[in-house]
Design a protein around this ligand. Structure first.
Ligand code: AHR
Length: 661
């Protein structure tokens, strides 16, 4: 029974006026259940977010799979340098006759003709390859690095190797040796401990005896990845996401999910299993994706930080901007032929079995073999990403949707309604989703801070008994305080409408310095540093302080001032009450807080304030221009709060007694 109806029952017993008292109760005690998953993360491999970013692999082009389709001067040799020491000589060539796996067709052949005698720096003479990683490898003193390489010995005699981490000047930081023992592909591993640190290091692999070998999947990971996972994530970047306590993580995109043409769609099966069996492909954003950070790693990361996984699969159509149609607004949607739809639908169903099925199921067994026998508890599956709503799209979406609903009614499918807050695809997409009774649709918008301020009532009138909303991509254009605070004001409206807006995620998430295709992002980084934008802090202040119950009328403000926004939620798990107050204006503004309805509020609360000049921003060089400050404050049942200009304030307190359910 809902709280409001309990009040009505009491009033009836007392024989008083039903309507006026009920309305009053709604006003003073009004509260409602809202989504407990509301604020999450959007991850897409854009701006070098995965390879060279969150994925901790240090070797670039580790499998010799780079191609000119990614960048015109790229090929399997890119980022590798032929290296000899001590007057040794030989040949390198990229070949495809005997690959480790058909998904990984290229490998490097090293034919060593002569090993000389004098090596200047290392004292080791040899022939081989050097890799400088993603603009230099960051090696930390005394830390461990896990090296691995597949070698197939092609000559009769074994070949010896000397592997080292070196500075740009050739100083050795760590080294190891091994000799081949197999004429089949075999993985050789070593743990390297650096004697000194360096931020521009290289890996050098030298054959030190004559003979011929094939090499592939040359890999170097720091031992200290996030939670020390093998094939893991860069610890500092992963931790700052964990700190946000996101309700969910959407992956792998974005446009990357539906891809640049049919051949470029992100097919999840190519991204699980041993890394040497994964299929690399061109990233829609113009570089290579190894798929080393694949579906297994995404699901594992979600579990590691307590976020629900939200995979988005293509709706059997490619991005409408496929084939370089970006500039003309996109007419390049390609669609899978009907003859391939059964197989594709099975691929979607297989994902659900892979994530949730018992270890006795075919795909559940594969998950278990990868080291995760327990279910990943997949609940949400997105189908399509801001696709053009064409008849071909609708036909294919319906086929996939019907099949998932029939076999897995427990899965909540998320549909798609185009790239804008309104317009043709938005209207058509919503109409189609409602007809089909799709549980949730994915809205996207990137627009001005002013738009966010003036559209805070967008969801107030959305139908509560119909399809719900996942605001899957949004951001105001820029990473200044004014952008972040406009988003904060809007986010209070998402909480207020958390009974129809089920999920929301800012986009894009990461951007690497010098490799950024999309300007407004949440976190900027290079190989060693991180710059958290004001937008990051706003997102964190909301997601780490989300609730599952919303109360109105706790905080009063000047209702005519659109620059002011408020919300009050309760988190049932902790019992905490959380107040959020936003001031997008140029002056300090008063708010009145009345906590009278909460019987056992503690007298101390944690208060976090983010404030700064409207144009203030953080950079890699000056990362701390704007940061939130947290203090413990005394609070009363009723108190006034003055919110600084351009600010977000979060006040979090305990109230263990209140029952909201
Ligand atoms: O977030 C960047 C891009 O914006 C996404 O890939 C796409 O879905 C949207 O157009």
């Amino acid at each position: 029974m809902k709280r409001g109806s309990k009040i009505i029952a009491k009033v009836l017993l007392a024989g008083m006026c039903l309507i006026s008292i009920t309305l009053n109760a709604q006003k003073t005690n009004s509260g409602k259940k809202i989504s407990s998953d509301l604020f999450g993360l959007f991850f897409e491999d854009i701006n070098y977010s995965a390879d060279g970013g969150l994925y901790a692999e240090q070797i670039q082009n580790r499998s010799f799979e780079y191609t000119p389709t990614e960048q015109k001067d790229w090929n399997p040799y890119s980022f590798w340098e032929y290296t000899t020491t001590g007057y040794s000589f030989g040949r390198i060539s990229v070949e495809t006759n005997l690959p480790i796996h058909t998904n990984n067709p290229h490998y490097m052949v090293l034919d060593v003709e002569h090993i000389g005698k004098e090596a200047k720096f290392t004292g080791v003479s040899g022939v081989g390859l050097k890799n400088t990683g993603f603009a230099g490898m960051v090696i930390k003193a005394a830390e461990k690095y896990n090296f691995s390489m597949f070698v197939s010995q092609l000559s009769n005699q074994p070949v010896s190797f000397y592997v080292s981490l070196q500075t740009a000047k050739g100083k050795v930081l760590a080294e190891t040796k091994f000799t081949t023992t197999s004429t089949n592909w075999k993985k050789y591993t070593a743990s390297l401990v650096a004697t000194e640190g360096d931020e521009n290091a290289s890996l050098v692999v030298l054959a030190t005896s004559e003979g011929k070998v094939a090499l592939d999947v040359v890999s170097l990971f720091p031992e200290k990845t996030f939670k020390n996972r093998p094939n893991g994530l860069r610890a500092d970047l992963a931790q700052l996401l964990a700190d946000m306590k996101p309700g969910f993580i959407r992956f792998p995109g974005g446009c990357l999910a539906h891809g640049d043409g049919l051949g470029n769609m992100y097919r999840w099966k190519n991204t699980v299993g041993p890394i040497e069996e994964r299929k690399e492909q061109r990233n829609i954003w113009g570089y290579n994706q190894t798929a080393g950070l694949g579906y297994f790693e995404f699901f594992q990361f979600c579990e590691d930080i307590g976020a629900k996984p939200l995979p988005v699969l293509p709706a059997a159509v490619s991005c409408q901007n496929s084939g370089n149609t970006w500039s003309i607004g996109g007419t390049g949607q390609r669609v899978l032929p009907m003859s391939e739809m059964n197989e594709y639908i099975q691929e979607v169903l297989d994902l659900i079995e892979w994530a949730n099925g018992p270890v006795t199921s075919a795909w559940g067994a594969k998950r278990a073999a990868a080291g995760h026998p327990a279910s990943f508890n997949l609940q949400y599956v997105g189908i399509g990403n801001e696709d053009k709503i064409t008849p071909e799209f609708e036909q294919r979406f319906k086929m996939i949707f019907d099949a998932v609903k029939a076999k897995h009614p427990e899965i909540v499918v998320i549909g798609t309604v185009g790239p804008s807050p309104d317009g043709e695809d938005f209207t058509k997409g919503w109409k189609f989703a409602k007809e089909l009774k799709v549980p949730i649709v994915d809205e996207h918008y990137y627009t001005s801070p002013e738009w966010f301020i003036s559209n805070q009532h967008r969801y107030d009138t959305y139908n509560r008994n119909s399809t719900e909303v996942y605001l899957g991509e949004y951001a105001s254009w820029g990473n200044k305080m004014k952008n972040a605070i406009a988003e904060a004001a809007y986010m209070t409206s998402l909480e207020r409408n958390g009974d129809v807006v089920r999920l929301a995620s800012y986009a894009p998430l990461f951007a690497k310095k010098d490799y950024t295709q999309w300007k407004t992002d949440m976190v900027f980084f290079d190989n060693t540093k991180v710059s958290l934008t004001p937008n990051y802090y706003v997102q964190k202040m909301f997601s780490a302080n989300q609730g599952d119950y919303y109360f109105s009328n706790i905080i009063s403000k000047d209702e005519k001032d659109a620059n002011l926004a408020v919300s009050c939620v309760k988190d049932s798990k902790s019992g905490d009450i959380i107040l959020k107050m936003v001031n997008f204006g140029k002056e300090t503004k008063p708010f009145k807080i009345n906590l009278g309805k909460f019987s056992t509020i503690t007298s101390e609360a944690e208060q976090t304030v983010l404030t700064g000049n409207a144009d203030a921003e953080n950079t890699l060089e000056k990362p701390n221009s704007v940061i939130p400050t947290t203090t413990v404050v005394k609070i009363k049942k009723a108190f006034d709060y003055s919110a600084p200009a351009m600010s977000l304030t979060v006040i979090r307190m305990k109230d263990t007694a209140i029952k909201t359910k």
